[in-house]
Design a protein around this ligand. Structure first.
Ligand code: AHG
Ligand code: MN
Ligand code: MN
Length: 334
């Protein structure tokens, strides 16, 4: 393996491990990368280009769309559609799934589910945002129009998932079910280069991430776990530090590298949870498990085992270092 490994080289090298691979996945990934580079460019000049602020519309969940939400959605949608690499997509910013009608698209075997811009309320204040994506093999026959059932698959069926973080540097982190690798964007070359091979969640950590302002709305088990995090016990690195950016991608990325736990529980305001199972929960859970961490929706229930019922379904979400999730489960069951 070369010492300076670009993402495209890495994908080609690993494609050779799968003799039946047709190159379709590599083409899909190349389309995702192109879109990521365009969104990265726009995010970086957002303050100058009059693309911060609300777009004046709401998304299917009734949330105000930011101009960059709309732009990122269009960029990913057109990159994936135009290249004929997927038969359909689902996006946080679209009411229904999108069926690509071109004959090349109809013969594609993959679907992509995405949160084109995660943490969009942070754009205007120059805080890290991200893109989250999830890839499945379609269930209906290739060559026929893609159907709802192709998108409503449990996370366990993901072929690949990942995220791009537009942060102090831009990174793409992804997994095809064989570990997790991180690539940092080199803007002068226009290339993603392998910088974080075989990423592993530390077994434990000293950070908890939750919107604690909503404490009074949380279930009792979560409230008790928060108190546990704040207790003094040097043997378990407590009290933990509280770190909450408000961009799932950024909070998750920090905890993946340093160890930690991310919590977005159900609450009296969001009885089903706030985050979306298909394009936030599942892809992050796939990465978490592939990196040796854990991802649950409730005690003993893995995110990846949930059978989705609808495209924009919400879920409670707990992601993090394995030992920290196991401790949380004790409080959720008590
Ligand atoms: P999005 O910008 O895609 O709508 O996602 C926002 C999500 C997630 O990124 C973040 O962790 C969470 O919402 C923050 O929610 P609160 O403001 O309720 O803490
Ligand atoms: Mn999001
Ligand atoms: Mn979003």
């Amino acid at each position: 393996m070369s010492t300076f490994n670009t993402l495209s080289e890495f994908i080609v090298e690993h494609q050779m491990d799968y003799p039946q691979a047709t190159g379709e996945f590599s083409a899909l990934f190349s389309a995702l990368c192109l879109a990521a580079k365009i969104v990265n460019r726009e995010v970086n000049k957002a303050g100058l280009a009059n693309i911060t602020g609300p777009a004046g519309e709401t998304n299917p969940q009734g949330e105000a769309q930011q101009k960059l939400d709309v732009l990122a959605n269009e960029v990913f949608k057109s990159a994936l559609g135009a290249r004929g690499v997927v038969c359909g997509i689902v996006s946080e910013e679209e009411d229904n799934f999108i069926r690509f009608e071109g004959s090349q698209n109809q013969h594609a075997k993959y679907v992509v589910l995405m949160d084109p811009l995660d943490g969009s309320s942070n754009i205007d204040v120059n805080v890290s945002v991200g893109t989250i994506f999830s890839i499945y093999r379609r269930l209906t026959p290739v060559g026929t129009p893609v159907q709802m059932e192709d998108f409503l698959q449990p996370g366990r069926a993901q072929v690949a998932a990942g995220y791009i973080i537009y942060g102090s540097s831009t990174m793409l982190v992804y997994s095809t079910g064989n570990g997790v690798n991180g690539f940092t964007y080199e803007p002068s070359l226009g290339l993603f280069c392998l910088s974080h091979p075989n990423m592993q969640y530390p077994r434990s950590g000293a950070v908890y991430s939750i919107n604690e302002g909503f404490y009074s709305r949380f279930p009792d088990g979560v409230k008790k776990y928060i108190k546990y995090c704040q207790e003094e016990d040097p043997a378990t690195q407590r009290p933990y530090s509280s770190r909450y950016i408000g961009s799932l991608v950024a909070d998750f990325h920090r905890n993946l590298i340093h160890g930690g736990i991310y919590l977005y529980p159900t609450s009296s305001r969001y009885p089903e949870g706030k985050l979306r199972l298909l394009y936030e929960g599942n892809p992050m859970a796939f990465i978490a498990e592939q990196a040796g961490g854990k991802a649950i929706v409730s005690a003993g229930k893995s995110v990846l085992d949930c059978q989705p019922q609808s495209l924009h379904q919400r879920t409670a979400l707990y992601l993090g270092s394995a030992e920290m999730i196991e401790k949380l489960e004790e409080f959720l069951t008590a």
